[in-house]
Design a protein around this ligand. Structure first.
Ligand code: UD1
Ligand code: CA
Length: 464
């Protein structure tokens, strides 16, 4: 079987985005734009991959940490034809087929690309280019055909006559070519056009004059070839992508109460009979079990929920693990490194960070639990604070099983409380407490009867 080489064009600035960020780094479905086309192309198992970068080259390169690709810098963006010529050196001695894609066209399906490569091979063509028929072809290069319906050239929107602009068949911007033909033809491309650029599609006319076989491959679903050139197009595609993902999860047995405001990224997985309320964001590598309930306004990133977890309204969870049956929120913030055991309850205005809570433990109101390990069946009273930071270093707190932490407790770390400790309310603890002990701060409680009335009388007297 012939090898496949991939060339991905991603050097352009994307002027129409009006952005300081290179276009291919704008995010679609939670990841930089160009990674969509790159991911699909790599599914074809190419033996060589070259990515042409230019605008924000360093940042683009950093957005893809996997190995096995050649980064080629196109210093000046002189056009798509020039961009392809820049990678010539990486395909010395390469005799396979070259697949050329754009970083700003994200939705091609693997099967579509495979079918195009197959068509190219079957027809023994020097170049095969993908076309599509659009109701609104504006902005795309138009396909010109002769009396017999054979392709005779491509004209860019800006160079087209009014009659040519009415052509609805467009250049989809994906090509398969023999390297020998392609690089030789590109040497002949000039920049005598409205944009003063070296156009890759010009190799079509060059090939035809050389008597080479130039084939076209029409994509059935033209939505696949839509490119992103403006922010409006980016938003429209984001919506389309989201609808597709949401539909998939609903078909797999997940209830989305308001799909319009449910945002699920590509890498997420969700178990059956889970119910997800409005304005929920499931991001990164989030994994949700079966029969979970997410009330709404939830923002989850890289978080794992086992089965039957209930997230009440308005919670933020980042890099957390939550075991079966836990109930969280409303208004809770679980930060990275939080791990909650079975049936843990986290109530309103509770923040956790690097916190491990054992089975059945509860922190129901107004607490900060940071750098802490708590055992099983412990109750953390309202207003408990772990003082984990002295302005220089972070310290850990450890709390045993079945501990009763009274309201308004201050735990000054590093500190450890044994099992079955009983902390009286309003205690500041600075030393380790042995298992089974009671701890309280000895503060005298003083009472002055009739004090309020005396005070009021005094104040009234001073006013008159
Ligand atoms: C291009 C095609 C057009 C086709 C459309 C399909 C050309 C001249 N026109 O137009 O026929 O209908 O794609 O989407 O090819 N790039 C570089 N270096 C450059 C210029 C561009 O790497 O010097 C990259 C861009 O980053 C982008 C891709 O090439 O990823 C396409 O360039 P763009 O300017 O978006 O071309 P279109 O006007 O969309
Ligand atoms: Ca484009």
């Amino acid at each position: 079987m012939k090898e496949i080489g991939v060339i991905l064009l991603a050097a352009g600035q994307g002027t129409r985005m009006k952005s300081n960020l290179p276009k291919v780094l704008h995010r679609l479905g939670g990841k930089p734009l160009f990674l969509h086309a790159l991911g699909t192309a790599r599914e074809l198992k190419p033996s060589r991959v070259a990515i042409v970068i230019g605008h924000g080259a360093e940042a683009v390169r950093e957005a893809y940490c996997e190995q096995g690709v050649n980064w080629v810098v196109q210093k000046k963006q002189l056009g798509t034809g020039h961009a392809v010529l820049c990678v010539k050196g990486h395909f010395c001695g390469f005799t396979g087929d070259l697949l050329i894609l754009s970083g700003d066209v994200p939705l091609f399906k693997e099967q579509t690309l495979r079918a195009m490569v197959r068509a190219h091979r079957e027809r023994n063509a020097a170049l095969t280019l993908m076309t599509a028929v659009l109701d609104a072809p504006m902005g795309y290069g138009r396909i010109l055909r002769d009396m017999c319906g054979e392709i005779s050239g491509i004209v860019e929107e800006r160079d087209a006559t009014d009659a040519q602009k009415r052509v609805q068949e467009v250049n989809a911007g994906a090509y398969v070519a023999s390297p020998e033909f392609l690089f030789a033809a590109l040497e002949q491309v000039d920049n005598k056009n409205r944009q003063g650029e070296y156009y890759l599609p010009d190799v079509v006319t060059i090939g035809l004059t050389q008597g080479k076989r130039i084939a076209t491959f029409r994509v059935d679903d033209s939505r696949e070839m839509l490119g992103i050139n403006t922010r409006e197009e980016l938003a429209a595609m984001e919506k389309a992508l989201q609808e597709q993902i949401n539909r998939k999860w609903m078909n797999d047995g997940v209830t989305l109460q308001d799909p319009q405001t449910t945002y699920i990224e590509d890498g997420v997985s969700i178990g059956r009979d889970t119910v997800i309320g409005p304005n929920s964001h499931l991001r990164g590598r989030t994994i949700i079990g079966e029969r979970c309930q997410i009330d709404g306004s939830a923002y989850l990133t890289d978080t794992e929920l086992e089965d039957e977890v209930h997230l009440r309204f308005s919670v933020v969870l980042t890099s957390c693990r939550v075991a079966r049956g836990a109930i969280i929120g409303p208004f809770a913030h679980l930060r990275p490194g939080t791990s909650l055991g079975r049936d843990v309850h986290i109530g309103n205005f509770v923040e956790c960070k690097e916190a491990t809570l054992g089975e059945g433990t509860k922190a129901n109101h107004l607490s900060y639990l940071g750098d802490v390990t708590v055992g099983k069946q412990t109750n953390i009273g309202a207003g408990t604070i772990t003082c984990n930071y002295d302005g220089f270093k972070k310290y850990r707190t450890s709390i045993g099983d079945r501990v009763q932490v009274g309201s308004d407790t201050t735990l000054v770390a590093p500190i450890s409380l044994g099992d079955d400790v009983y902390v009286a309310t309003a205690t500041t603890i600075r030393h380790d407490i042995p298992a089974g002990a009671l701890v309280f701060n000895d503060r005298e409680e003083r009472v002055r009867e009739g004090w309020t009335e005396q005070k009021r009388n005094k104040m009234r007297g001073s006013k008159n």
